[in-house]
Design a protein around this ligand. Structure first.
Ligand SMILES: Cc1cc2nc3c(=O)[nH]c(=O)nc-3n(C[C@H](O)[C@H](O)[C@H](O)COP(=O)(O)OP(=O)(O)OC[C@H]3O[C@@H](n4cnc5c(N)ncnc54)[C@H](O)[C@@H]3O)c2cc1C
Length: 359
């Protein structure tokens, strides 16, 4: 979409390969930003206020100048493919990609088992491959199930979303719920865990039902839609270069300690297009600064070992810091001074030990 907008790639042939036609609402993306973003036209809902519920602490946060935004997967796919269909230089092919290899200027790609050769292409890859068990890296899973529910009563406050509600049993590890109201009667309620293993399917449903009954006093409700997802959280080093340029989660754009990815992908996509336009090598695109990888890996180490419950860490983060500072930190956009303040709000010894392990 950014290449289309740049209007400088019309003379290039672009082939977009995916094994799925992307016709279902398979995910919901949330992120925050201070200005109008590249995909603002399809933002389904925005919130200026966020609630947080932790251990013995809760708050409602005004996040201006930030807005918390939500895009539905299906709107993103429809919008993008409609725009793509107006450009005859872009071909979309639904096919299973197998091996991809390069020799000199020729790339060979296996599509649905058949070999195809491409002359001197620039290839971007977003197929994520989990690390093998021997890699020694930390592998945590962020997994979640969400229901879009519609209540008989007008119960939700549409201008206020719940970012994290930790008032759930923490039996499996870090566990919280977020609630994104679309209007007074409809909301997405998502049960989220950071653990090593997935739960049996019925456990997610039981937990969402219990949360709704215990904390959302909404009377009768209908389940309109469901979503399930898994995001890898790992301290593994992802390479941008290889047989292809690795982008998205496959290129390390998922933040190891939070799972947020969408905005990092947006930033990386813009950098790639800028680089292609200026004729510079894609290798010159700066990687995630080492200090942010170090913070992420330290926090991930603690979450993985459950040295301090995630509930306590996030409670301290939101209790002792301004929400804008936390959001900037989570976006890898904080200053050294802000980072020092955030780090000093967390328990020193466990973090120091985890930091030493990650060093
Ligand atoms: C349900 C869900 C909700 C999420 N919510 C948020 C959120 O709120 N905020 C946030 O920041 N991040 C979120 N994420 C994380 C992240 O933003 C998304 O996973 C995002 O889609 C990652 O983009 P990507 O391009 O790296 O991978 P994907 O969007 O997964 O794209 C990879 C594509 O590769 C295709 N593919 C895979 N293997 C093959 C193959 N062998 N041959 C051909 N095609 C193949 C797949 O069909 C897929 O379309 C969420 C993830 C999920 C799963």
């Amino acid at each position: 979409m950014r290449m289309i907008q740049a209007k400088k790639f019309e003379d290039k042939k672009i082939l977009l390969l995916d094994r799925q036609p992307k016709t279902s609402n398979d995910r919901t993306w949330c992120y925050w930003e201070t200005e109008n973003g590249f995909f603002d036209e399809i933002v389904y809902k925005k919130w200026d206020m966020l609630s947080f519920f932790g251990g013995n602490f809760s708050c409602v946060m005004q996040i201006a100048p930030y807005q918390y935004k939500m895009i539905r997967g299906i709107d993103f796919y429809n919008y993008s493919f409609k725009e793509i269909s107006n450009h005859t230089n872009i071909e979309v092919v639904v096919a299973e990609i197998g091996k991809c290899q390069r020799e000199k200027n020729i790339a060979t790609v296996f599509l649905n088992g058949q070999e195809h050769s491409l002359g001197n292409p620039v290839i971007f890859n977003s197929i994520y491959k989990p690390a093998d068990n021997e890699s020694g890296s930390i592998q945590l899973l962020q997994h979640f199930k969400g229901w879009v529910i519609e209540s008989d009563k007008s119960v939700f406050e549409p201008h206020k979303a719940t970012m994290m509600d930790f008032r759930m049993p923490q039996d499996y590890g870090t566990t919280f719920v977020y609630v994104l109201p679309f209007n007074e009667r409809t909301a997405l309620v998502e049960y989220t865990l950071f653990t090593k293993e997935l739960l049996p399917a019925k456990k997610y449903d039981e937990a969402i039902r219990s949360y709704i009954e215990t904390f959302l006093d909404i009377g009768n409700y209908k389940i309109k839609e469901e979503e399930f997802g898994v995001i890898p959280m790992t301290n593994r080093r992802f390479s941008f270069t290889g047989e292809a340029w690795n982008i998205g989660t496959a290129g390390g754009q998922t933040k190891a300690s939070s799972g947020y990815t969408f905005q990092f992908i947006q930033k990386q996509s813009q950098q790639i297009v800028d680089c292609l336009l200026s004729g510079k090598s894609l290798d010159t695109i700066p990687r995630t600064p080492a200090r942010f990888r170090f913070y992420d890996n330290t926090l991930l180490d603690i979450l993985y070992r459950n040295t301090i419950p995630g509930k306590s860490i996030f409670t301290r983060l939101f209790k002792k810091n301004k929400p804008q500072q936390v959001l900037r930190f989570l976006d890898n956009e904080s200053s050294y001074i802000e980072e020092l303040k955030i780090i000093s709000s967390l328990p020193t010894w466990p973090f120091l030990k985890a930091a030493l392990r990650q060093l």
